[in-house]
Design a protein around this ligand. Structure first.
Ligand code: TZP
Ligand code: MG
Length: 225
């Protein structure tokens, strides 16, 4: 089944971003607004809480036919029957994760530079999260900010490879810059397949409306800018 990466929601459970909203409601609202894939990213909960919340989120995503991936934790993904995982460069290596989760799992890898993108692609990742595009308070200790120029560089390198791999841009993307991010990469033979956002949806007071605005922008990227 082809995965739609166009509007990729990454969750956050910190008070600074989630506030006093409840995460399952935010995720459901976001899907209703047009999110096509969800990553449960939670850097603070223990295993029991990750499994509890993961199961709740998975019940919602399944109802809407949207894949759920788990950030960092292959074991949690397996425990809740999630559709896949997202791995950073410091997480479990791709081949081990693939062995554990099997060929049908969606395994995404973060790429910050050309070599990370090439290694993950030839190693059989299902998609790449490319970033950090713009500086963002959501992830304090981000590696270098690569800008839309950095995204373009990586896409250009990927276009020379035999395998084609879906890509999503991440980092500081919101309603006011999403079209620019998509447009800039579109000037290549193949642009990004989507954008991943945290705060633009999770921190919004109305996550459904926020997702809908992004959805509309993504679906209507101008041909000139
Ligand atoms: N990886 C690179 S930037 C980032 C992650 C998880 C956070 C993006 O958050 P936001 O709020 O969409 O800028
Ligand atoms: Mg990670």
């Amino acid at each position: 089944m082809a995965v739609d990466y166009s509007l990729y929601l990454v969750t956050d459970s910190t008070q600074a971003i989630l506030g006093d909203k409840d995460l399952p409601s935010v995720v459901e609202a976001a899907i209703e607004g047009g999110v096509t894939i969800v990553q449960y990213r939670d850097k603070k909960s223990d295993t029991a809480d990750l499994i509890r919340m993961g199961k709740q989120l998975h019940a919602i995503t399944k109802k809407h036919n949207v894949p759920l991936l788990v950030n960092d934790h292959v074991g949690i993904a397996q425990a809740i029957g999630a559709e896949g995982v997202h791995l950073g460069q410091e997480d479990m290596d791709l081949q081990t994760a693939r062995r554990i989760l099997g060929p049908g799992a969606i395994i995404g890898v973060t790429a910050n530079n050309l070599s990370e993108a090439v290694v993950a692609t030839s190693g059989g990742a299902d998609y790449l999260g490319i970033g950090t595009v713009h500086a963002t308070p959501t992830k304090g200790n981000t590696k270098s900010i690569i800008g839309t120029a950095g995204v373009k560089n990586i896409l250009h390198r990927l276009s020379t490879m035999e395998q084609a791999i879906p890509t999503v841009a991440i980092g500081g993307i919101n309603a006011s810059n999403v079209q620019r991010v998509m447009f800039q990469s579109k000037s290549l033979s193949k642009g990004v397949d989507g954008v991943a956002v945290v705060s633009a949806i999770v921190a919004a007071s109305d996550s459904k409306a926020a997702a809908a605005v992004l959805r509309k922008s993504i679906d209507n990227v101008p041909t000139t800018m």
